[in-house]
Write a protein that binds this ligand. Structure first.
Ligand code: HEM
Length: 127
């Protein structure tokens, strides 16, 4: 039986498994492998981000909108809803493989909302 997402350790497991899939993805893996130099640091930051999202806390201090606009500019504005869809598929699949319950559903919903928001900002930041 699968478990609920209960604490930081669970979030860390989710984040690690998710990025293992992302890095191997033929269509979107290179965005990440190209930009991210220190994977330990990235995985810790994303654990902070999703932990804060679910349980509160103050460890994450970034600006995801600015970061994604920058990534999009770096690659010449090629990131579309297709790439966001692939990202979300991996996120949902990883959650479903490892967890179930209310927090699992919440993290699916929040990522979907965030993807719309990030993509709209990305799109509007193109000139
Ligand atoms: C679908 C929803 C997505 C969510 C919720 C999400 C979330 C995040 C977050 C929270 C960060 C950390 C930001 C920071 O450094 O403070 C991040 C970094 C990053 N994201 Fe996303 N992301 C999404 C989609 C994507 C997509 C579609 C791409 C590329 C195709 C992408 C590429 C990246 C890259 C390359 C970084 C690292 C940037 C850096 O370290 O400079 N993301 N993402």
């Amino acid at each position: 039986m699968k478990k609920n997402i209960e604490n930081r350790e669970d979030v860390r497991q989710l984040v690690h498994s998710f990025y293992a899939k992302i890095r191997k993805d033929a269509e979107i893996g290179y965005f990440f492998n190209d930009v991210i130099q220190d994977w330990d640091e990235h995985l810790e930051k994303l654990t902070d981000f999703w932990e804060m999202n679910l349980f509160g806390g103050k460890n994450y201090h970034g600006n995801p909108i600015a970061v994604h606009n920058e990534v999009d500019h770096k690659f010449g504005g090629v990131i579309s809803s297709h790439e966001f869809g692939i990202w979300l598929n991996h996120w949902f699949a990883t959650i479903d493989e490892l967890f179930e319950g209310e927090n699992a559903d919440t993290l699916k919903r929040r990522a979907r909302k965030m993807s719309t928001m990030l993509f709209m900002n990305m799109f509007n930041s193109r000139r």
